[in-house]
Design a protein around this ligand. Structure first.
Ligand code: FAD
Length: 353
């Protein structure tokens, strides 16, 4: 395996000046607005699905086809995390070239809606799950259903460096598809070493002058084919055994300290001569959007919701599907599978089978 070790001496320089506005922010459960006008929605749905990512849309399709009245509540635009990638290659049956998260989700949404699932926009801030009728309080009103499928997914884990929050949208991003264009011609750094990190780093090479992966280990965790592509790409470089310790700057990111976790050596990275900034993208895993269910549902020590193989949680009539639940592989293919199982289980429970 080749290792492209960047010099840890001196500074790294960038040649041009850029001004940018970014679209991608991390929203934590606690950021969710508490605004609520207490409107009681009259209808009691057979099923409410919380979240319109792949798991929620798949659950919507299966619930709709089972002739359950189905409401999908989504706080943003439908699609979930996969909307953040320009590259999807591993969803069986997808288009072989030109498929993006956006195009794939477009078809999933149309299919769910075709079978009667209704998608509404609201952010749920509180849930009452005991009793036969589940209540979900959102910023626009309160929704009721006999069954709830939780498909709230996950969000990017912060890089974990000092001053990180202050530079989100001002040099730090968690979404290459959203923000790559802002770093055209500049140097970019990617924190992480798994599939998503290396895939997104490869995507960033189409925009950036150079993309350096900063990984805390001395080998990547990404699958072999992605690693081969990364090592063969002349625009890619690697900083092994390293973590981002601190970022700094005024208006935009203008420097960071990298620490070698084996030697303890600290290296300063700054924009190249003539440049105002560089980019730092974080792809170091996810955290579940399960804060709403703290103290109500059983979760593992990382907050992922525990279910049985039929996606049932510890509360009758409440199911969890997709990235929000404890499982070994978090991908679109497993999310849609979970959604289907959860909806069919809800249909059986509705019929008392
Ligand atoms: C950069 C990147 C690249 C990836 N590449 C691939 C790939 O190539 N192949 C692959 O198979 N997988 C890939 N994945 C993983 C894949 O995107 C996820 O496994 C999948 O999206 C999980 O689907 P989900 O429906 O469980 O959750 P999510 O996609 O996270 O969707 C959850 C939805 O719930 C909504 N929500 C959350 N809380 C609330 C609330 N309180 N009220 C209302 N709505 C709420 C969110 O807004 C979101 O739309 C990638 C992920 C990332 C981040």
């Amino acid at each position: 395996m080749h290792k492209h070790i960047r010099s840890t001496e001196g500074r790294i320089f960038l040649p041009s000046v850029a001004f940018f506005v970014y679209s991608c922010m991390i929203e934590s459960d606690s950021d969710i607005s508490e605004r609520n006008d207490d409107t009681e929605m009259e209808q009691i749905y057979d099923v409410i699905i919380l979240g319109a990512g792949p798991a929620g849309l798949s659950a919507g399709l299966y619930a709709g086809r089972s002739r359950l009245s189905t409401l999908i509540i989504e706080r943003g635009i439908p699609g979930g995390q996969i909307m953040n990638t320009n590259e999807i290659e591993n969803y069986p049956g997808q288009m072989l070239s030109g498929e993006t998260g956006f195009t794939l989700i477009g078809r999933m949404q149309a299919q769910a809606e075709q079978f009667g699932a209704v998608i509404t926009t609201d952010t749920i801030v509180e849930v009452t799950l005991d009793g036969d009728i589940k209540a979900l309080k959102g910023t626009k009103g309160t929704y009721h259903a006999r069954h709830l499928i939780i498909a709230t997914g996950a969000r990017p884990r912060p890089i974990g460096c000092k001053n990180e929050e202050a530079f989100v949208g001002r040099g730090i991003s968690y979404c290459a598809t959203c923000d790559a264009n802002f770093f055209r011609g500049l140097d970019v750094y990617v924190a992480g070493g798994g599939d998503a990190a290396v895939e997104e780093a490869l995507f960033l090479t189409r925009f950036a002058r150079k993309v350096t992966v900063i990984h805390r280990r001395d080998t990547l965790r990404a699958v072999g084919s992605i690693q081969e592509e990364a090592f063969a790409n002349p625009k890619m470089a690697f900083l092994w055994d390293s973590v981002v310790e601190e970022v700094y700057g005024d208006e935009v990111l203008s420097g960071m300290w990298i620490k070698n976790v084996k030697t303890g050596e600290r290296t300063r990275i700054e924009p190249a001569e003539g440049d105002a900034t560089f980019g730092l993208f974080g792809f170091i895993g996810n955290e579940p959007n399960s804060g709403l269910f703290e103290g109500i549902l059983k979760r593992d020590d990382q907050g992922y919701i525990l279910t049985d193989e039929n996606m049932c949680t510890c509360v009758p009539g409440v199911y969890a599907a997709g990235d929000v639940r404890a499982k070994s592989l978090r991908q679109v293919v497993t999310a849609v599978s979970d959604g289907a199982v959860a909806a069919m289980q809800a249909a059986k429970d509705e019929q008392g089978i």
